[in-house]
Design a binder for this molecule. Structure first.
Ligand code: AMP
Length: 414
């Protein structure tokens, strides 16, 4: 009996070549954009102590209470596959004494994240995020800069029908006082709420804004709003962020009901959504988390950042213009077996000399098969290596002999 074929686990996927290329160009664009604003490449482990997320993200959040891939290692330690990147960045900031570096410390990352959610289009159990964090300064220009960088990245990626929701949650005392007021409102109309929201009135009343339950929605339509309760400094901070976005000409919607699924946010919060996506329309979001580093045992340190989902960006951009490769590759064909070593060496020489993609025959095809394959690859030219070296221009069909490598380069460059 043939052995059973194994599949990738539920909610995971393989990145096949065409998608792989799109991811690679998105990553290059992100690195260029973020690098240009001073965000340096940062990486942290894919798993961390479970306590980091319990303390950092918050026990009552969906992420920590039901979506983490947690396991015990051989030494009995509880570890968790990271569900998000900010807690790890703050842990590293503390561990490496980055508060001693000139502020702000700007970090950019790209990598896999894991959440045990019900898989559907745009929602996976392993997904990739690009993210950026600025630690050590509470300047509103950082909030605005980060929002603008994400807007630019999404625009460059061709994400269609974008909407930016923006709000401010104020500082911790404001949030606490507001939480009490909101709890009182929810308790007064407890009978109308969904069971889930009712069960979490004490723990996390803000999440009631996220509910689709009709009764809960009616209660929330009359709920007090946090933006009406901001202290003077927070209100001024938020006004400056908005003014900088206005100056940059970036459109946003003030949405006082914007609640992010993580506990650590203070002041600015934002989320980009694309109407090109289905139910999972959030492409990226973030906000300020001025208390998080201290909560994780570090010195009081303001911070702000965002993360965006790579798969969702590419899904939302899928309808956009596919950029055809400007220049097809050069294909090095082998006319007879004795020429294989020369062809191999020639491909290596041509790559840096042309600074272009150069492909080589590596599957034992006949010369005719090789020319057909080169055509399929969209090659602009084929270098045929045999007793002589010929260059065939694939658009005109014209074929010329190159007497030496110098002439070969000249023919390929023209
Ligand atoms: P969050 O930290 O939940 O705001 O997530 C930031 C971004 O990551 C979201 O806007 C999504 O684009 C992406 N994301 C979050 N969870 C998933 C998931 N389960 N599958 C795919 N993308 C996700």
């Amino acid at each position: 009996m043939a052995p059973e074929r194994l599949k990738a686990p539920r909610g995971t996927f393989d990145v096949l070549p065409a998608d792989g290329e799109r991811r690679r160009s998105l990553r290059t664009a992100a690195e260029r954009l973020l690098g240009g604003a001073g965000y340096a490449a940062f990486e942290s482990p894919v798993f961390e102590d479970t306590a980091l997320f319990a303390r950092g993200v918050g026990e009552s959040t969906d992420i920590v209470s039901k979506e983490m891939f947690t396991f015990e290692d051989q030494g009995g330690r509880s570890l968790t596959l990271r569900p998000e990147g900010t807690a790890g960045a703050c842990r590293a900031y503390i561990e490496h004494g980055m508060h001693k570096r000139p502020a702000p410390v700007k970090l950019a990352y790209w990598g896999p994240f894991f959440r045990h959610e019900a898989p559907q289009a745009g929602r996976y159990r392993q997904f990739a995020q690009v993210g950026a964090e600025a630690l050590g300064s509470d300047e509103p220009s950082l909030d605005a800069e980060l929002i603008l960088l994400l807007a630019e990245l999404l625009e460059q990626a061709g994400v269609a029908r974008l909407r930016l929701r923006l709000s401010s949650l104020g500082d911790a005392p404001t949030r606490a006082a507001y939480g009490e007021e909101l709890r009182a409102h929810l308790r007064a109309r407890e009978g109308e709420l969904s069971e889930e929201v009712r069960a979490r009135i004490d723990e996390n009343p803000l999440r009631a804004f996220d509910s689709d339950h009709p009764g809960t929605r009616a209660v929330m339509d009359d709920a007090p709003l946090l933006v009406d309760h901001l202290g003077a400094a927070d209100a001024e901070h938020f006004a400056t962020v908005r003014a900088l976005l206005d100056d940059a000409g970036l459109a946003y919607e003030l949405d006082p009901t914007l609640v992010r699924g993580l506990d650590y946010y203070t002041r600015t919060v934002f989320e980009f959504e694309s109407a090109a996506l289905g139910a999972q329309r959030g492409v990226g979001g973030g906000g300020r988390y001025d208390g998080l580093v201290e909560q994780l045992g570090g010195p009081p340190t303001p911070g702000v950042g965002w993360a965006a989902g790579i798969e969702r960006i590419l899904l939302a951009a899928a309808d956009g213009d596919e950029e055809p490769e400007a220049d097809g590759p050069v294909y090095v064909a082998v006319a007879k077996p004795e020429a294989a070593r020369r062809a191999f060496a020639l491909a290596r020489t041509l790559r840096p000399a042309l600074d272009a993609r150069v492909e080589l025959e590596q599957a034992g095809r006949s010369l005719k098969g090789q020319l057909k394959h080169a055509d399929r690859l969209g090659a602009r030219a084929v270098v045929i290596v045999g007793d002589s070296i010929e260059v065939k221009d694939m658009s005109s069909g014209e074929q010329r002999t190159a007497r030496d490598e110098h002439e070969l380069l000249r023919l390929l460059a023209s």
